[in-house]
Design a protein around this ligand. Structure first.
Ligand code: ATP
Ligand code: MG
Length: 592
């Protein structure tokens, strides 16, 4: 279906006055120093992420406002106000102090989205202890690899996860001094060489003076999604909190009266930066659902929990689309006013589906584990061009560059001034949430920078209006008969076909043209992947893309291989197609 190239904001899209409306003016006035003034800071120039997220409100007007609301199937909802969260995080910080765990030590959390995870992360931050939340679905191997890389001293997990995954590898993690167990069924735990989380909490004081951390002190260690290879460990500092605050305001338009739901797990950077820190900074009530994706449940939550701002991922939106409009129409969304998404390119089809079926366009935004926060976004301040990831948020200078051939290190680049030219997306280095290193891999870190720019490894183009368009990851771009083909462009067109639920496109080596475009397709409910449908989809792609860019080959698959953060693993599609080793699959969704 031909649709307009711009979604103009209407009054129903903006039923609450947004935090900002004038992009150019806000960008020209913005400075990170001024942005920091919205936060309180610690005496003597200190800054602490946990303090800003919790104590600033607990000691102020939002003291009794609900900060976190936990829901799980078959259980009553559990709520925590800012002051309750302050007491609990203080207790946990004291637990760490009592154990002799100090500033700069490293704590890992392996748990589902239970209150204890959130308390442990925030309490550790207040103690200056560096934190890594891990996906609870990880198997023993990825757990040990991560704890060993980060030389973790403390692990917080549950008794059940410990018995299933950690006990047998405990000896392989020599740095681990303490394992704190949360009893999943309540009561207490009695596993040898572990401590009981609840018992320690019960005997700890609920007052605590936040450890003095400086903006450059490490706060979080996040592992990348592992989409293109083995996950890398990105170091983030307490000063990142300024970017979490600013982007919570600009890119997801948080207002204190919001009921906000970020569907990401804290094992992925999104679930920490925007599932824990940013909403608390803005004093909003955050919904935390313990369960995994379930279309019916998600629609019920949007309705019954009266969610007003919803931050989710393209995979989830595509899955909802797979269930069709009728399920969406069986539910109302009485408070929903703003939807945003991150993690993968958001196909124009999905943006329009939001507008037509949910009644609101979806605001795609772009960032990475390394950037720590949202960098480029569709925001309430300007119209959406479906398929574009939007414009740089205030304080972020983005550009398209071309890498120059350079012998050895460091890399060199040339800035591409003209619009609509494909090149590597680069950001002017120095925003507060920029990673400060890849742990134990300084050489790789250095390779990400050239001439004061951070090189993202993603290819994009900027149009004449300053909107950025994702082309593909540098590793995924297909070279066919002298053309560079971005898989996203091909996937978008495949997604337009009414039968297609998801598309993953790779380049398959070919002796004549270098690479041929091959598509993997999963179908919507009710469609059968027979030869007639295959030819029909290929014909649709050829008509829309031309013979050079359209896929030459296509295979139907039932499930797309994807990371736990919901990204299509094209490298796995390729390895499987070519019969090559699969490489690091620690973050593969079905691997646990
Ligand atoms: P790894 O670096 O281990 O291969 P990863 O890059 O997938 O994994 P993340 O940091 O979670 O790990 O993801 C960042 C990447 O996700 C970006 O570099 C980009 O390729 C992709 N991405 C995120 N948001 C968007 C978006 N809105 N549009 C297009 N791509 C996006
Ligand atoms: Mg990456």
């Amino acid at each position: 279906m031909d649709r307009p190239s711009v979604i103009h904001k209407t009054s129903s899209d903006l039923c609450v006055l947004p935090n900002w409306t004038d992009y150019d003016q806000e960008c020209s006035h913005f400075s990170w120093d001024v942005a920091r003034q919205a936060l309180q800071g610690l005496p003597g120039g200190g800054l602490n992420m946990g303090f800003e997220a919790v104590d600033r409100h607990a000691d102020g007007a939002l003291r009794d406002h609900i900060a976190l609301r936990f829901v799980a199937r078959g259980m009553p909802a559990q709520e925590m106000s800012f002051v309750q969260l302050q007491r609990e995080t203080n207790r946990f910080a004291n637990v760490l102090q009592n154990l002799g765990v100090v500033k700069g030590d490293h704590l890992f959390v392996l748990a589902g989205r239970i209150p204890e995870l959130y308390i442990s992360v925030l309490g550790a931050l207040k103690n200056g202890t560096v934190v890594t939340p891990m996906f609870s679905a990880f198997g023993p191997e990825p757990i040990a690899t991560r704890i060993n890389l980060g030389a973790g001293q403390v692990l917080v997990t549950t008794d059940l996860l410990y018995k299933r995954k950690v006990k047998q590898i405990r000896e392989q993690m020599p740095s681990l001094r303490y394992v704190l167990l949360v009893a999943e069924g309540g009561g207490s735990t009695s596993e040898p060489v572990t401590l009981d989380w609840r018992q320690l909490m019960d005997s700890a004081s609920e007052t605590f003076c936040t450890v003095s951390t400086l903006p450059e002190d490490p706060a979080l260690l996040h592992f990348t999604s592992g989409t293109t290879g083995a996950p890398k460990a990105a170091i983030h500092v307490h000063g990142a909190v300024v970017a979490h605050y600013a982007t919570g305001r600009y890119a997801i338009d948080l207002h204190p009266q919001d009921r906000y739901w970020c569907t990401a797990d804290p094992g992925w950077v999104t679930g920490t930066s925007y599932g824990i820190i940013a909403p608390l900074l803005h004093g909003v009530t955050s919904l935390i659902d313990r369960e995994e994706f379930d279309a019916e449940r998600w629609y019920s939550l949007l309705e019954e929990e009266r969610i007003s701002v919803w931050y989710t991922a393209p995979t989830a939106i595509r899955m909802l689309m797979k269930y069709g409009a009728s399920l969406a129409q069986q539910h109302s969304r009485p408070a929903l006013r703003f939807i945003a998404s991150v993690g993968e390119p958001l196909n124009p089809e999905a943006v329009w589906w939001g507008k037509e079926v949910l009644g609101l366009p979806i605001h795609d935004n772009w960032w990475q584990t390394e950037t720590g926060g949202i960098m480029i976004a569709n925001t309430p301040a300007f119209d959406i061009k479906p398929g574009s990831m939007g414009r740089p948020v205030p304080g972020i200078e983005a550009m398209i560059v071309e890498r120059l051939e350079s012998e050895g290190e460091p890399p060199r680049v040339r800035i591409v001034d003209r619009p609509n030219v494909d090149g590597e997306l680069a950001l002017k280095a120095g925003w507060p949430s920029m990673f400060r290193g890849y742990l134990n891999n300084e050489a790789r870190y250095q390779k990400c920078f050239a001439d004061g720019l951070y090189l993202t490894g993603d290819l994009a183009r900027r149009d004449a209006d300053g909107y950025y368009w994702f082309v593909g990851r540098a590793d995924d771009v297909i070279k066919s008969a002298g053309h560079l083909i971005g898989p996203f462009e091909v996937e978008n067109v495949l997604m337009e076909h009414p039968a297609v639920a998801e598309a993953g496109v790779i380049g398959k080596p070919d002796a004549v043209v270098g690479e041929v475009v091959k598509a993997f397709i999963s179908l919507k409910h009710g469609y059968v992947g027979d030869e007639a449908l295959r030819l029909d989809i290929l014909a649709h792609a050829r008509k829309r893309l031309g013979a050079v860019v359209a896929p030459k080959e296509m295979t139907f698959i039932v499930t797309m291989p994807r990371t736990r953060s919901g990204k299509i693993m094209r490298r796995l599609l390729k390895a499987r197609e070519l019969g090559l080793p699969e490489g690091d699959t620690s973050t593969l969704e079905t691997s646990a």
